[in-house]
Design a protein around this ligand. Structure first.
Ligand code: HPA
Length: 271
């Protein structure tokens, strides 16, 4: 059956009614990074449960589960506090719901953030990475069954999926703020188990710098819908690190969240 990338009209109406703001930028906040939504002003909140198209998943600690429409650095933004992951049993198509909603509401830019494991030794816990490219190792694609733009071919180009101009802007913002920011390739895996040491060695050999369990479906859908993408990862652990726990991932997130918030806030003012 052909899949439409649009979201239910009721969801668009709900968000438009909740706030008079008309954001062009959407930000997806990953594990432990939801705090950015708390600093938004003029905020209107829509719990994910009220959005009929948002996939129904049990909550994972660290993922807040609501959409905030508000002002960040004087710019109207759509902030997704938490996401649905494929490891929770949702399809790639459903995992890309934030992208589809953002596009439906008229956004032209998507900022995705996530917690990730560091694959290469040059990355330390707490480092911030601007994603230069990804490896889709999730075994799925959100465009499966989609007929393509205007019913044509669904073969979406993925070169420069992470917009080179936006990356340069973010690197400039980081340099001005004195924040260490490194470019890197993100490997997206299905999860939910973390990687084995052998898998981490494989990922390094494939050219991955960081590894996580999200982002890829959102970014592929964004390119299909014509949104520009910036991706930011927070290195919360060394992949296949000893004694890694979800609590450690969240703790590292809290510590670096303030730095990431300042970067994203200045970034949106530059768009
Ligand atoms: N692997 C996969 N996903 C992750 C990791 C990791 O080490 N850390 C945070 N998300």
């Amino acid at each position: 059956m052909a899949v439409s990338l649009s979201v239910p009209e009721a969801d668009l109406a709900l968000v438009r009614t909740a706030s008079p703001l008309r954001p062009r930028v959407a930000v997806v906040l990953g594990s432990g990074l939801s705090g950015l939504a708390d600093v938004a002003s003029d905020a209107a909140v829509v719990p994910y449960g009220e959005l009929s198209g948002f996939p129904r998943v049990g909550s994972v600690v660290g993922h807040a589960g609501k959409l905030v429409v508000g002002m960040l650095g004087g710019v109207p933004v759509l902030l997704f506090q938490g996401r649905a992951h494929q490891y929770q049993g949702v399809s790639a198509f459903d995992a890309a719901y934030p992208t589809r909603l953002a596009a439906g509401l008229g956004c032209d830019t998507l900022v995705v953030t996530n917690a990730a494991g560091g694959v290469v030794p040059r990355l330390a816990v707490g480092d911030l990475v601007v994603i230069s490219d990804h490896l889709n190792l999730m075994g799925t694609n959100p465009l499966t069954g989609w007929p393509g733009p205007d019913g044509g071919f669904p073969f979406i180009p993925m070169r420069d999926a992470y917009d080179p101009v936006l990356r340069a802007t973010m690197l400039d913002v980081a340099a001005r703020q004195g924040v260490r920011l490194i470019e890197g390739v993100y490997a997206g895996l299905l999860g939910p188990s973390y990687e084995t040491p052998a898998e981490v060695a494989m990922l390094a050999g494939m050219g991955a710098d960081i590894v996580g369990m999200s982002t890829v479906p959102e970014v592929i859908a964004a390119r299909a819908l014509g949104l520009r993408v910036l991706g930011m990862s927070l290195v919360t652990n060394a992949a296949a690190g000893v004694g890694l726990s979800h609590a450690e991932v969240l703790e590292a997130g809290e510590k670096a969240a303030a730095r990431l918030q300042r970067l994203v806030t200045e970034f949106v003012t530059r768009l």
